[in-house]
Design a protein around this ligand. Structure first.
Ligand code: 13P
Length: 248
């Protein structure tokens, strides 16, 4: 059975009330066009409720970008997986490199967050990726293999968990790895998943992220073991994101 791809937009810290309309336009587009992919937008937490309300009944899903490990408590400014679920999120991105780098998130914390997400019945989207320096030193496979093993909970299943490979140096830079490099890294992630989950390792979706655009999406999505994309900047543009969706 071929894996159904997933195209997920990560809006990062962008978007206010008026961008809810863009989410509605994506939902209308999905309802009018046959797109052979699961599609999700992860807006800032402040918009999850409004965006979900605006697209009720649509094929488009709404996700979140981060959560706290705990379910509730004295954690000023944080939001738990159960709160995100309550707001309408169907998935949570965990371990994005912007959080690993900016908040010193460790593999262990990422794994605990993914576990908290899965326990709520939501999907966890676990991000891994090497820095420019690690890439230059030829350490990509070693780094992403270690991150994946350390970040994926043992209870993860292909239904509950997606993996996103995002080279840190490709994010927001307009640069992407060569197709052969993406192929090699995704093959390594697949091999690692098969070692961790001999029965179901072949079924996990492995997304590519980092400067995915309307121009390069079809080439990237055609690569073996690339089961979708995690899209940053281009998911804030109706034209760019729908062109990516059409290229699935
Ligand atoms: P860009 O597509 O803007 O490079 O961002 C990628 C990303 O970090 C998605 O999570």
């Amino acid at each position: 059975m071929p894996i159904r791809p997933a195209i997920i937009g990560n809006w990062k810290m962008n978007g206010s009330g008026k961008e809810v309309k863009l989410v509605s336009r994506f939902a209308d587009f999905l309802d009018k066009h046959k797109i052979a992919a699961d599609v999700m937008i992860c807006p800032p937490a402040t918009l999850i409720g409004r965006a979900g309300g605006a697209i009720k009944g649509s094929k488009l899903k709404i996700g979140a970008q981060n959560c706290h490990v705990a379910a509730s408590g004295a954690y000023t400014g944080d939001v738990s997986a159960s709160m995100l679920k309550d707001a309408g999120a169907k998935a949570v991105i965990v371990g994005h490199s912007e959080r690993r780098a900016g908040y010193d998130e460790t593999d262990k914390q990422v794994r605990q967050k993914a576990q908290a997400v899965i326990e709520q019945g939501l999907q966890s989207i676990i991000c891994v990726g090497e820095t420019r320096q690690q890439f230059n030193k030829g350490q990509t496979l070693q780094v992403v293999g270690r991150q994946l093993r350390g970040s994926i909970p043992s209870s993860a299943t292909p239904q509950s968990t997606l993996i996103a490979y995002e080279p840190v140096w490709a994010i927001g830079s307009g640069r992407t790895p060569k197709p052969a490099d993406i192929l090699r890294t995704h093959a390594h992630l697949r091999k690692t998943l098969l070692k961790l989950h001999p029965k179901e390792g072949a079924k996990f979706k492995i997304l590519y992220g980092g400067s995915v655009s309307a121009a390069n999406a079809s080439d990237i999505l055609a690569l073996e073991n690339v089961n979708g994309a995690l899209v940053g900047g281009a998911s804030l543009s109706f034209k760019d994101f729908t062109t990516i969706l059409r290229s699935v």
